[in-house]
Design a protein around this ligand. Structure first.
Ligand SMILES: *[C@@H]1O[C@H](CO)[C@@H](O)[C@H](O)[C@H]1NC(C)=O
Ligand SMILES: *[C@@H]1O[C@H](CO)[C@@H](O)[C@H](O)[C@H]1NC(C)=O
Ligand SMILES: *[C@@H]1O[C@H](CO)[C@@H](O)[C@H](O)[C@H]1NC(C)=O
Ligand SMILES: *[C@@H]1O[C@H](CO)[C@@H](O)[C@H](O)[C@H]1NC(C)=O
Length: 476
């Protein structure tokens, strides 16, 4: 049954509208509701039992009508909750761990160092997905659609020296995510990785049962059949700062508040997998502005050396984790430095312009590449991670492997302030090339392959439930 006719029937059968008349006030309401009839359609199976009840009782009719109205009035939140609860009905087995039919899980030994290795050209097993097939990608990273002429950067597989990385198996991963929340927290590089993860899992999810909702600091991907959410949370310094609005911030005028984290961290509670990063926003200047402890406004600040502030932030961050995270429920990860490629001399190309002319990775592994990262920051995080008392932090070392990938940045094939680069901007690559973010598919897919390996090594799967739970009765 079409949901819109169902609604009309509901409204007409209630006492306020007579069957032969279409009063103007109500008709505009009806029209408004009809606009949303696609959403209603997905609720139709839920509505059927209500309809049967509505024939018998005008009270049920009104209750049903108000329920449906509330769906629209309260917008996304209610819709999401409603859809998830409808999944209870549509997917009674949504919490059943089910790996039947999957090949056995083969993981590298925990002692194998996944971060040392080399890139192998492989145009049969990578990329894991195609840019065109993942409609969730934002224009920031769709390099081919944005006009990038070469496509070789997609065809490199990461080969660790002493073992092999398992292929990302989307179904296996989603089984581990059943009923769970995973959240990336940090800057746009973590968003880059979140977009990659969404593309890696989305092919196995049914149409209409997956979606992205962007609100405030959250980008949330819902995988309804699995009752799972994969989220990205914007907090480029982890602690509170004047750059916490994901849409309005000035990288040049950033001021942080190293001891204040609660406004962000309250959103991280009870998440099953937390994946942090924070580096690039620290790199503009040697000193950073820090809000005074008793300050009334951001303008009341001191300038301190970057490392001092970074240390204070990680003290706040680790204290928060130790007091608020239950290590039996939550696994914590930290992604190391994602390299920028702006000085071609560092990889021996005196004619290069930032990363713009690069179409191949660095393939000479005899001497380590030095891209001049601030390794003190790297070491600081390693140290904090090592000294955690109750909450283990797994550091995922992506720095060296990504160092080699001068070819894989979005470069001139991206957006700036919401628009594709103009020909005039493209003519000034020195100024406009983005050698920070990565094209997708691409390097962040490999980061996720490592994350996948670590998550599956950690999660001891629940034993499969032998029989289905009794079917829930709807509409009672
Ligand atoms: C488990 O998954 C397989 C493959 O998708 C499916 O055929 C089977 O019905 C599922 N079993 C249960 C109990 O849901
Ligand atoms: C990160 O990986 C690189 C390459 O294997 C290695 O040289 C470096 O020591 C690693 N860093 C840490 C802290 O493990
Ligand atoms: C893969 O790369 C090889 C070597 O460049 C090329 O000959 C072959 O046609 C490529 N295959 C595909 C499917 O692109
Ligand atoms: C690789 O790099 C080393 C040291 O920079 C250099 O001596 C060697 O010639 C390079 N090899 C190739 C094949 O370019």
């Amino acid at each position: 049954m079409k949901a819109d006719s169902f609604l009309l029937l509901l409204l007409r059968s209630s006492s306020c509208i007579s069957p032969n008349q279409t009063p103007t006030a109500s008709s505009s309401l009806i029209n408004k509701l009809l606009i949303h009839s696609t959403i209603l359609d997905s609720h139709a199976s839920y509505a059927l039992p209500l309809l049967a009840a509505a024939r018998r009782s005008p009270v049920t009719t009104l209750v049903a009508a108000f329920f449906l109205l509330a769906l629209f009035i309260y917008g996304e939140d209610v819709r999401t909750i409603a859809e998830l609860s409808i999944d209870d009905y549509l997917y009674p087995d949504a919490d059943l761990y089910n790996v039947s039919g999957l090949p056995p899980l083969v993981l590298p030994p925990p002692t194998c160092d996944l971060s040392s290795g080399h890139w192998v050209f492989d145009n049969t097993s990578v990329p894991a997905y195609r840019e065109k097939e993942c409609t969730f990608l934002t224009r920031q990273v769709t390099c081919l659609a944005n006009g990038r002429p070469d496509d070789l950067w997609q065809y490199w597989r990461w080969q660790p020296n002493d073992c092999s990385l398992p292929t990302f198996d989307a179904r296996r991963f989603m089984e581990a995510m059943r009923g769970k929340r995973l959240m990336f927290v940090g800057d746009s590089l973590n968003r880059n990785q979140w977009e990659s993860l969404v593309c890696l899992v989305q092919p196995i999810l049914s149409k209409g049962r997956k979606k992205i909702v962007k609100r405030g600091n959250f980008n949330t991907f819902y995988a309804m059949e699995y009752r799972a959410t994969l989220q990205f949370y914007w907090a480029p310094f982890l602690v509170q700062s004047n750059s916490d609005n994901p849409n309005f911030h000035h990288i040049d005028e950033r001021i942080i508040s190293p001891e204040m984290i609660e406004a962000h961290a309250k959103n991280w509670k009870d998440v099953d997998y937390l994946i942090f990063n924070s580096y690039i926003w620290w790199m503009n200047t040697q000193d950073i502005k820090v809000r005074k402890t008793d300050a009334r406004a951001w303008k009341d600040n001191d300038e301190v050396p970057r490392m001092d502030a970074y240390g204070r932030v990680f003290k706040t961050w680790s204290n928060w984790l130790e007091t608020n995270v239950d290590p039996a429920k939550t696994s914590v990860f930290f992604m190391t430095i994602s390299p920028i490629h702006i000085s071609p001399r560092q990889w021996g190309n005196p004619n290069g312009i930032r990363c713009v002319k690069e179409t191949l990775p660095v393939l000479n592994y005899t001497e380590p590449l030095d891209l001049n990262h601030d390794m003190r920051m790297y070491d600081m995080v390693m140290n904090v991670a090592k000294n955690m008392k109750n909450v283990p932090v797994t550091v995922i070392n992506i720095t060296r492997m990504s160092d080699y990938r001068k070819d894989a940045h979005t470069s001139l094939y991206t957006i700036r302030q919401g628009k594709l680069l103009t020909p005039e901007q493209k003519a000034k690559p020195q100024k406009f090339a983005d050698c920070i973010h990565w094209c997708l598919p691409g390097v962040p897919d490999v980061w996720n392959q490592i994350l996948y390996t670590r998550i599956l090594s950690k999660s001891s799967p629940p034993s499969p439930i032998p029989s289905l739970p009794p079917q829930r009765q709807a509409g009672v």
